[in-house]
Design a protein around this ligand. Structure first.
Ligand SMILES: [Zn+2]
Length: 462
């Protein structure tokens, strides 16, 4: 089936121009100012709309088992929600497996979870939960044979790594062509603060934020920047940045030429820690937590000035009913994580592009081009070049939509963005040329999504 999108404003990370775009066999076949359709071509009129590379969300947790609970979106409902929100590829962070398991163990579990379920293309980040010679050796085959060219290390939670193991991982992962990503929070500081708060009976949701203030995160970011330098100035990617101090450390490192990149998420740009004081404050328990309002503005500066590289979601869903059951009397018992995969694109488009903070091209860079480049999917994805996958989103800048959970396509029972007004909305999503969502309706099918065997890490050229 051939599809021709006519009269739209094509946007990639370089700029925008009015062009037609022809899709065939799942790929972008032609881009030109005027393309005349043949009789077998379905024509989509995109007059007045932006036609952009589909979103790439490089931080989701579908089907994750966090020990005390299992998240409620699987690779079907999670990718369905993603597709309806203009995202055409996700890279999921695999959860921890049994103690001592190999790197391949979790990969096999996740392949089983995703195959026949995903409605858009997907990949996984590896997870390093312990370090020994076998694991260091195994990293190579994960990259070369399995196409897993990024891994995550945790500095907190049960399988946190110590500094020596972080150093060994950073060095080895770079050697084998993988990008190291890290969840940076100072575990010992958090554990101490949490135990002090709990001992004082301070167990309401607001104390979740007080138990892990931004210094815990910024300290660990600074530490990771220095460890990456010590490991041989190796590439490093910081996930889910929530505060301005951590961003300042990253700016310093970038200015010195160190290869570091950083992701933030819509929740850190749009929601502040006052949400924990609401009656439904448990809805917002995630780590790192929501921050004081001043931090939001600092992150927006980073979005605008180029010092933040990607926007992902950390989509990890636990129903509000379950959060209440578990965490009503004690925030430490509430599973951590927020929904968001369906609203990343419209929220950043509305608050970023339509509010005049960023250009449409910068939006594409943050949501698609940079993720593709950093995670081994460029130029297959993240652009509108002839020969690339026909993964597209069409945005109507005139549409006004109020986010209501009842209209979303995930499997959770609330949205942290309930009632948000969006100017501009994704009205059609195409995955390899197939329309997987249109006008808020899911039109794709389970199993359409393919596993993306990602290329080894390469330094982005610009
Ligand atoms: Zn995460």
């Amino acid at each position: 089936m051939k599809r021709l999108i006519k009269n739209g404003i094509l946007v990639d990370a370089q700029g925008e121009s009015q062009q037609d775009i022809l899709l065939e066999n799942g790929l972008i076949q032609r881009v030109a100012p005027q393309i005349t359709p043949t009789p077998d071509t379905e024509v989509i009129d995109a007059s007045g709309m932006y036609v952009m590379p589909g979103g790439i969300d490089v931080h989701t947790h579908f089907n994750i088992d966090v020990g005390i609970a299992k998240s409620c979106d699987d690779f079907f409902t999670g990718t369905r929600a993603a597709a309806c929100g203009g995202t055409t590829t996700i890279v999921d962070h695999m959860g921890f497996g049994p103690k001592g398991c190999s790197l391949h163990h979790q990969l096999e579990v996740y392949h089983r979870d995703a195959v026949d379920k995903a409605v858009i293309d997907y990949s996984f980040h590896g997870v390093v939960q312990h370090v020994d010679d076998d694991i260091l050796h195994e990293m190579q085959s994960m990259v070369e044979e399995e196409g897993i060219s990024s891994f995550k290390l945790y500095l907190t939670y049960g399988y946190k790594l110590n500094d020596a193991d972080v150093l060994r991982s950073l060095k080895r992962l770079h050697e084998v062509g993988a990008l190291t990503t890290v969840h940076p929070e100072n575990d010992a500081a958090i554990a101490l603060r949490r135990s002090e708060l709990v001992a004082q009976g301070k167990k309401a949701p607001i104390y979740h934020a007080h138990s892990r203030p931004l210094e815990c995160e910024a300290e660990a970011i600074g530490r990771m920047i220095n460890l990456a330098q010590l490991a041989g100035n190796v590439p490093l990617y910081i996930v889910h940045l929530s505060n301005g101090l951590g961003l300042d450390y990253l700016r310093l490192a970038k200015k010195a030429g160190q290869p570091v990149w950083v992701e933030t998420c819509p929740q850190y740009l749009l929601l502040d820690m006052n949400h924990y004081l609401r009656e439904d404050g448990l809805k917002y328990v995630l780590s790192p937590p929501l921050r004081p309002h001043a931090e939001l503005d600092k992150l927006w500066v980073g979005i605008a000035d180029g010092s933040i590289d990607t926007v992902a979601t950390d989509h990890c869903t636990f129903p509000y009913s379950q959060r209440l059951d578990m965490g009503r009397d004690d925030f430490t018992r509430c599973p951590n994580g927020l929904p968001g995969v369906e609203n990343r694109m419209p929220l950043l488009f509305s608050e970023g592009v339509m509010c005049g903070r960023i250009t449409p091209s910068r939006f594409v860079e943050l949501t698609s081009a940079n993720p593709a480049k950093l995670f081994g999917m460029w130029p297959q994805k993240g652009n509108l070049n002839v020969g690339s996958d026909a993964d597209l989103v069409i945005f109507d800048p005139h549409a006004k939509v109020t986010i209501q959970h009842q209209d979303l396509h995930d499997n959770v029972d609330y949205s942290p963005y309930e009632g948000f007004h969006c100017q501009g909305w994704p009205v059609m999503t195409l995955s390899r040329g197939e329309v997987v969502a249109t006008q808020g309706k899911f039109t794709g099918k389970a199993g359409h999504g393919r596993f993306i065997r990602r290329k080894p890490f390469a330094y982005p050229e610009d």
